[in-house]
Design a protein around this ligand. Structure first.
Ligand code: T3D
Length: 265
């Protein structure tokens, strides 16, 4: 798959790897990068051969958020640039696409994740970080509020007290602090990050893929619903999960005392 600002490869595997590819700028985000990410996540959703996705950055950064060289050139005075329009046509649909993608996405945080780069990591289903990784809600440092879903995603992960601390101070936290706070699932020595991510992705790719999608949908729904609504939604989604071939395979494998061979169907 040929792109300008990302690198995506699958190589006869159910795992699609997406690398942000502007290493000299710590993978700062441009509109082209957002378009390319939307396109590659669309492919990931529609192609049945993809059963898990890794998102990482090339070089020493994961992603430094919006490219500020581009931001500086915006024609603000004459009203030609609208932040609202920019967000609603670029970052917002990307974040929604990631959350609505019915397959697991693992953020492999190889270095600093700042601003919308941190938001992108938060929009993934798993975050595993290198010991040298760090996280910051950089927005406030340049007079902006957290966006790209950070107000919603961060608060759900760490609670209001810690979310406001990070959002209002813009301070950088280490990978180990992020682990303590429940922002990341795992912290690994830098050299072990990619092999561990690939192993996790392979495990997830061998799981009942459709069910993972329903799990993601159910948890996102429940985070803003009442208990009664969540129970009802669980019943709806179980109606669908219970009719997958993988459910039948799961039962058969259990009763046959053998490992299940899920096909994602
Ligand atoms: O529509 C909208 O615009 C609203 C949406 C906003 C979304 C956002 O993401 S707002 C937040 C934007 N991001 C930031 O404010 C972060 C800016 N970067 C930093 O604060 C620091 O670079 C880091 C803390 C991330 C890392 O620091 P450090 O010391 O490890 O690296 P560095 O030396 O600052 O950066 C290395 C290079 O990357 C450097 O380039 P150079 O001097 O070697 O040519 C630096 O300028 C460049 N770089 C880093 N971040 C960005 C960037 N270039 C453009 N945009 C960046 N965001």
């Amino acid at each position: 798959m040929a792109y300008e600002t990302i690198f995506a490869h699958q190589q006869d595997s159910p795992v699609l790897t997406i690398e942000l590819n502007r290493p000299d700028k710590l993978n700062a985000v441009t509109d082209v990068m957002i378009s390319e990410l939307k396109e590659v996540f669309k492919y990931a959703e529609s192609d049945a051969s993809v059963r898990a996705i890794l998102l990482t950055g090339r070089g020493r950064g994961f992603c430094a958020g919006q490219d500020l060289n581009i931001a500086r050139e915006r024609p603000l005075e004459d009203g030609q640039f609208s932040f609202r329009e920019h967000l609603t046509t670029t970052y917002n649909p990307l974040i929604l696409r990631m959350r609505q993608l019915p397959k697991p996405i693992i953020a492999v945080v190889n270095g600093v994740a700042a601003g919308a780069g941190m938001s992108m990591a938060l929009a993934c289903d798993f975050r595993i970080a290198a010991e040298s990784a760090s996280f910051l809600q950089a927005f406030v440092r340049i007079g902006l509020i957290p966006d790209s879903g950070s107000t919603w995603l961060l608060q759900r992960l760490v609670g209001m007290t810690r979310a406001l601390d990070l959002a209002m101070t813009g301070r950088k936290i280490t990978a180990h602090e992020a682990l303590d706070w429940g922002i990341v699932n795992q912290v690994l020595p830098d050299a072990d990050l990619i092999p561990a991510a690939q192993q996790l992705a392979a495990e997830l790719a061998a799981a009942p893929t459709k069910t993972l999608g329903y799990i993601k949908r159910a948890f996102d729904f429940a985070s803003t619903s009442t208990l009664a609504e969540a129970l009802d939604n669980e019943a709806d989604l179980q109606e669908i999960a219970g009719r997958t071939a993988d459910h039948q395979e799961g039962i058969a494998a259990f009763l046959d005392k053998r490992p299940a061979q899920f096909k994602g169907e």
